[in-house]
Design a protein around this ligand. Structure first.
Ligand code: NAD
Length: 334
């Protein structure tokens, strides 16, 4: 397949491109990415140096002219939109850029895909669009749950999902959405929980737990997410949304404990800081639709995925030391 991938220099996008070439070496992939602080072309150095049919264009998904020109030249079978501002904490201090990229950027891509008659459009969304859940709630979010976003990041992602559905309904664009839980794995920017804690531990620095450290997230190893995207791309029904989660829930306290244990670091590295404003307590997905309809199953257990992640960060210190310098927020500063 010929794939036009946006945001491929970020965490999930770069993992996706690597996984995709492993599975489908004859594919041709164009990575269209603005290279914000979160995008790093080094994430795909191995692919650049390989024989894979891979190309990179630096561009903004809000730039309709450039998107159309690139689509016209490349002529993809599908667009997959990973590009986004993705960090909740950053959205507290710079909300405008979230609505610009996540909403206007997605709509711009949709419009360009429609005008260029791109046969397939897939959009990456987040469990956070469904909003906050009680810590003791027993019913997870299904694809039919109402959208109740509460933060700038998840409101902008929710708006993007509505735009994707509108382009399917109004213009017949063959579009699908995956709504995914928290990902972890190699190449994740060290502003996100697991790599932030891990890189602080490696530096002998305190790890900042929000005071509500019993808040939970559902954790999925990034390669399991990549596999789900492939299945939806191949067999997903037009206009459908598929939840993608592992059912593995861990609190911030659990994650801190697991990382301190794996790295043999002392508990005294834990410090408690104010929660960022609007911090959601919990999200949990019912992923039975993608399992039943498309046969998806996550294959990486949490201990295995975490061990692989810790190993990668241990071996790639230069990578995370360089990228952390670009981090726009101080998690301890609320
Ligand atoms: N990380 C998670 O746990 C998670 C969970 C569920 C869904 N998602 C979604 O998955 C997608 C990828 O997330 P991620 O964690 O890889 O994010 P990331 O922040 O690591 O990467 C985002 C990429 O998008 C690029 N980008 C940003 N603005 C752009 C623009 N205007 N034009 C072109 N490129 C632009 C950046 O340069 C970067 O390479 C996002 O849509 C995010 O909302 C992430």
């Amino acid at each position: 397949m010929k794939l036009f991938i946006t945001g491929g220099a970020g965490f999930i996008g770069s993992n996706y491109i690597r996984c995709r070439f492993k599975k489908f070496p004859a594919d041709s992939i164009l990575n269209y990415d603005l290279l914000t602080y979160a995008g790093n072309i080094q994430n795909l150095q191995d692919i650049e140096n390989s024989d894979s049919d891979y190309s990179f264009v630096r561009g903004d998904i809000c730039d309709a002219e450039k998107v159309r020109e690139t689509l016209k030249k490349f002529g993809p079978d599908a667009v997959i939109n990973f590009a986004a501002e993705s960090h909740n904490s950053y959205s507290v201090v710079n909300p405008g850029v979230f609505f610009r990229t996540n909403v206007i950027g997605t709509q711009t891509l949709l419009e360009c895909a429609r005008k260029e008659n791109i046969p397939r459009f897939h959009h990456i969304s987040t469990c956070e669009v469904y909003g906050d859940m009680d810590l003791d709630e027993e019913k997870p979010f299904s694809e039919n749950s109402p959208y109740r976003p509460r933060t700038v990041y998840n409101a902008s992602k929710a708006s993007a999902d509505h735009a994707v559905r509108a382009y399917h309904n109004v213009y017949g664009l063959n579009a699908t959405i995956t709504v995914c839980s928290n990902n972890y794995g190699p190449y994740q920017f060290p502003e996100k929980l697991i790599p932030l804690f891990l890189t602080n531990i490696f530096r002998g620095k305190k790890i900042p737990l929000y005071k509500n450290s019993h808040n939970k997230r559902e954790w999925l190893f990034v390669e399991d997410h990549c596999h789900a995207v492939d299945l939806v791309l191949e067999k997903g029904r037009p206009g459908q949304t598929y939840n993608v989660g592992s059912s593995i829930e861990k609190s911030v306290e659990d994650i801190a404990g697991a990382l301190l244990k794996i790295t043999s670091a002392p508990d005294s590295l834990k410090s408690y800081v104010e929660d960022r404003p609007g911090h959601d307590r919990r999200y949990l997905l019912d992923s039975s639709k993608i399992k039943k309809e498309l046969g998806w199953q996550p294959v990486t257990g949490f201990d295995e995925g975490l061990a692989a992640t810790v190993k990668w960060y241990r071996q790639n210190r230069l990578w995370w030391e360089n990228v952390s310098k670009k981090s726009p927020v101080d998690e301890t500063g609320w």
